[in-house]
Write a protein that binds this ligand. Structure first.
Ligand code: NAD
Length: 346
């Protein structure tokens, strides 16, 4: 048994010798939150027991049904209307934290609008005296920097916080950290993503935050745009958003991991909001010099059939499992996707 070599068991076992599933929650129940519930429905090591949206929350320690939750959210606008365990609340995250004592870890599938929102949610968990694991899939460098400022507070609160754990930042940043091992010096990390979604309304926050990266737009402007204004912008571009030199936290994460300076990391991509087919293959190219003086490039390309949801939610729960292992060994504070290996969730 591998477990006997660990300081403390990563996954608890019951008296009967069976592995007890980790009780997890999802905050935000839009595109990614709903996809997360479907991902969890196929897992044995994690049990989805809690979720919140802007108007309400649901908690049931014996497990939630993804289909029932998605139907209620779509038809009525909030999980709070669910008969079993649902409650409406104007302050749904605080209410859920107070009423869901069994949750060990949350995936924060929330919009980071304004750009300080996720850091304020982390502070809410600290102030509530909650202990456990939090995972986000935040994108902006300046947003991850706010979490860095909270690292000491998270550590003393007994929270293990994994930041930048989606696709990019996340899966691709981790791939870059791995690819860097062949080199004595890393010259460039170039991330290029292709995203295809059938309609923008399925991922409103993702699309708004991407608009905030377009020349002439800020996060605040994108946040204040009405749905009609977003639709009008997408009409003008035929549903395509082309993004270059984005402010993406892959740069600070690779710098913090000691791999290369942030000025050597670039992120850009194309989002098609009217077609689930990817407009280009998502990839990361890592160029460097080997110890023999050769210059080379490693390329890691994601399969075109993998959706944004698969490439964000899979890593998010992989990092949640890794975070649980750290937490159970008393290791708290802030970690990024570039410094910890995600664990595969069975
Ligand atoms: P969405 O707009 O589809 O859904 C947002 C959800 O959050 C909704 O259910 C809404 O009710 C809820 N919400 C909003 N404010 C809330 C509050 N105060 N309390 C509780 N719930 C609240 O969002 P999405 O498109 O799924 O995106 C979620 C986040 O994921 C975005 O920040 C996006 O940038 C990020 N993302 C990251 C990556 C990556 O690779 N790192 C990829 C895609 C998306």
């Amino acid at each position: 048994m591998v477990e006997q070599y660990l300081a403390a068991p990563a996954i608890a076992t019951t008296a009967a010798g069976q592995t007890a599933p980790i009780q997890v929650g999802v905050l935000g129940f839009g595109g990614l939150g709903q996809a997360a519930s479907r991902v969890l429905a196929q897992k044995q090591e994690m049990r989805w027991v809690a979720a919140a949206d802007q108007q309400g929350f649901v908690y049931n320690a014996t497990g939630l049904n993804a289909d029932a939750c998605i139907t209620t959210y779509r038809d009525r606008g909030s999980l709070g209307y669910l008969a079993a365990g649902g409650s409406l609340s104007p302050d749904s995250i605080a209410a859920l934290i107070a009423q869901a004592p069994t949750v060990e870890g949350y995936f924060l599938a929330l919009p980071n609008l304004p750009n300080t929102f996720m850091a304020s949610v982390a502070q809410q968990f600290i102030q509530a005296g909650w202990r456990g694991v939090l995972v986000d899939a935040m994108k902006r460098t300046s947003a991850v920097e706010q979490l860095l400022d909270l690292a000491d507070d998270l550590r003393s609160a007994g929270i293990t916080y994994m930041t930048g754990c989606g696709a990019t930042p996340g899966l691709l940043t981790a791939a870059a950290a791995l690819a860097a091992q062949s080199y004595a010096e890393v010259h460039q990390v170039k991330i290029t993503f292709g995203v295809g979604i059938a309609n923008w309304e399925a991922y409103r926050a993702t699309v708004r935050e991407d608009i905030g990266h377009l020349p002439g737009y800020s996060v605040e402007q994108a946040r204040q745009m009405t749905d009609a204004e977003v639709a009008a912008l997408l009409d003008r571009t035929n549903g395509i958003l082309t993004l270059e030199n984005m402010e993406h936290a892959d740069d600070i994460m690779l710098e913090l991991a000691g791999i290369c300076g942030r000025d050597r990391v670039t992120v850009g991509g194309v989002v098609d909001t009217r077609n689930p087919k990817k407009p280009l293959s998502t990839n990361v190219q890592v160029t460097g010099r080997t110890f023999e003086g050769k210059i080379s490039t490693h390329t890691f390309t994601l399969g075109d059939e993998t959706s944004m949801a698969a490439n964000v939610c899979g890593p998010a729960f992989g990092y949640l499992k890794a975070g649980i292992q750290l937490h159970r060994r008393g290791i708290h504070g802030l970690f990024t996707a570039a410094e910890v290996m995600p664990q595969f969730v069975r």
